[in-house]
Design a protein around this ligand. Structure first.
Ligand SMILES: Cc1ncc(C[n+]2csc(CCOP(=O)(O)OP(=O)(O)O)c2C)c(N)n1
Ligand SMILES: [Mg+2]
Length: 546
């Protein structure tokens, strides 16, 4: 069998449905083999977008999303997406091409060491040096990309290897179960939770697995222990639950941190230090039980006292079996904090001013999104508002990146969500800066006849950095820019463009877009002038009084 055919067969064996990317001449054998397979090629307009789409596919399905590029410049364009998948724990597999390795007449044209470049960004990176090693290399790449903690894997398939003939069979997946926690660690955790006065549950990204969501909901229902989420833990348990306190979008001084400071024990399910800290641990503060697939990376702000290491769903289930509500638990202060949080969330939710206030915008988006609707956020200051104010009902319905926190992923990840869930409402929410970093993918979305809504928050600036600049008491400098006319820009791609003219416009406009086929782009001017006052000062001062 031709090596490139074997490669595609190995991908099919792994259950691959899509390959996202841009081929170069070094991938033409592989491209031809893909032509005859069940796998669909999703051709994009930038490799970075293909990588973001593959990573998001992996995040949503648990199966490695696959992306493809040529050598040199195509492969270097995948770098940010590799880091996105690796830090965000999204299973993703990159295939890059290369010039012939046995003999080549092109000198060093386009050649950079892609394997070494990918090393710090992946769990596995290898050049394939013989067609016969394809089955084991591909299996190994998928094993590592998908195994906890998931991440990025990379294989380089040189042109001459892709075209050679092979005589080996593919290697099927083995049946493997994850190890479960050792009984003594469960015993210790049970004791600590029973003895605590004010235990509190933290839900992080690693808890976002199907079985864990179910087990965790049962655990919370049975014990009645209140919980809060990290940005990437949103939706694992329904945030409309009366035991939900809030989201730790900020690392300190928010209302929620008053509850955290009052806790004497935090039961951390699935958060690790790759995500921006939801709080800072102190030596004389609360104790932490770390429940995760692997042990805690020690950090000055995170040094748990007890670790329950093994399959998270199994650990949570065993804790649920062993724990009942305790009379000695006292959550009264937590619920007092919750009242303040809920009251603050309502403030500004109906603000009529325009350009629109972020609080109003978040409230209106929530109104048009059903429980299973998916919003994908790019990176900007609005991410904090969405994390704090948008209550998620279901897992994977708020896709944001609080690990690499890259700009440019909002639109591609919405497109991947659309592919995985053709029947749900999907909306990309991007700053004008982040949108422009991958706006060329509007063409891909239009070409694929996607139904998609893209909401652009326009402040004609890198607003997030402006907010930090103001907080540091620096003069406004170096962060303003102009924008294309987004309505005309959308139209030039064959998408539908709209401009919001008043706060009251937005909700019916979004509703209309979701009810109409096609790619819709909404240009909405946003007013960030109160961000500094509210996020840096008001919540700090008001929460101190609780
Ligand atoms: C690729 C990348 N470049 C730079 C940054 C640093 N950064 C974080 S947010 C931000 C500004 C985002 O601007 P915009 O997308 O317009 O959102 P806004 O905050 O204005 O709503 C910048 C420059 C980043 N996170 N990622
Ligand atoms: Mg902006």
């Amino acid at each position: 069998m031709k090596a490139s055919d074997l490669f595609v067969k190995a991908l099919e064996e792994e259950g691959v449905e899509y390959v996202f990317g841009i081929p170069g001449e070094e991938n033409l054998d592989l491209l031809n083999s893909l032509r005859d397979s069940t796998i669909k090629l999703i051709l994009t307009r930038h490799e970075q977008a293909a990588g973001f789409m593959a990573a998001t596919y992996g995040r949503l399905t648990g199966k490695a999303g696959v992306c493809l590029s040529t050598l040199g410049p195509g492969a270097t364009n995948l770098v940010t997406a590799a880091a996105y998948a690796q830090l965000g724990a999204m299973p993703m597999f990159m295939i890059t091409g290369q010039k012939p390795i046995k003999s080549s007449k092109q000198g060093h044209f386009q050649i950079v060491d892609i394997i070494d470049m990918m090393r710090p960004l992946t769990k596995y990176t290898q050049q394939i040096v013989s067609g016969n090693s394809i089955p084991s290399r591909v299996r190994e790449a998928f094993r590592l990309a998908e195994e906890e903690r998931p991440g990025a894997a990379h294989l380089e398939l040189p042109e001459d290897i892709a075209s050679e003939s092979t005589n080996v069979d593919i290697i099927p997946k083995s049946l493997a179960r994850r190890p479960t926690a050792e009984v003594k660690s469960i015993n210790r955790a049970v004791e600590m939770i029973k003895q605590a006065k004010h235990p509190l549950i933290l839900i992080g990204a690693g808890a976002n697995r199907k079985t864990t969501c179910k087990m965790l909901t049962l655990f919370i229902q049975k014990t009645g222990i209140p919980f809060f989420t990290t940005q990437m833990g949103k939706g694992v348990v329904d945030e409309h639950d009366p035991l939900f306190l809030g989201n730790a979008a900020l690392s300190d001084f928010d209302f929620l941190h008053r509850a955290i400071d009052n806790a004497d024990l935090l039961v951390n399910v699935g958060h690790d230090v790759v995500e921006k800290p939801p709080f800072f641990m102190k030596h004389d503060g609360f104790k932490v039980i770390h429940i995760n697939f692997s042990s805690a990376v020690v950090d000055p702000v995170y040094f748990p006292q007890v670790e329950v290491i093994g399959d998270i769903a199994n650990s949570v289930w065993r804790l649920t079996e062993r724990l009942q509500k305790q009379d000695s638990w006292d959550f009264s202060y937590f619920f007092k904090v919750k009242e303040h949080i809920e009251a603050h969330l309502l403030e500004g939710a109906d603000d009529p001013r325009f350009p629109i206030y972020p609080q109003r915008l978040v409230a209106d988006v929530r109104k048009v999104m059903p429980a299973n609707g998916i919003i994908t956020l790019d990176n900007g200051v609005y991410k904090i508002w969405f994390a704090r104010n948008y209550k998620a009902n279901q897992p994977n319905t708020v896709l944001l990146d609080n690990a690499l926190a890259t700009m440019g992923a909002g639109l591609p990840s919405a497109m991947a969500a659309r592919i995985v869930y053709p029947d749900r409402r999907v909306m990309a929410i991007c700053g004008d800066g982040g949108f422009m970093m991958n706006s060329q993918e509007l063409e891909t979305a239009v070409r694929l006849k996607m139904n998609l809504v893209v909401l652009i928050l326009r402040d004609d600036a890198y607003g997030m950095i402006k907010w930090k600049q103001a907080a540091m008491k620096f003069q406004n400098f170096g962060l303003d820019y102009g924008n294309p006319d987004f309505v005309k820009y959308a139209a030039s791609y064959g998408a539908l463009g709209y401009r919001v003219e008043s706060a009251a416009d937005l909700l019916p406009m979004m509703e209309g877009c979701h009810n109409t086929a096609g790619v819709h782009v909404i240009d909405c001017q946003v007013d960030y002038s109160d961000n500094d006052r509210i996020l840096n000062r008001e919540i700090k001062e008001r929460s101190r009084e609780i």
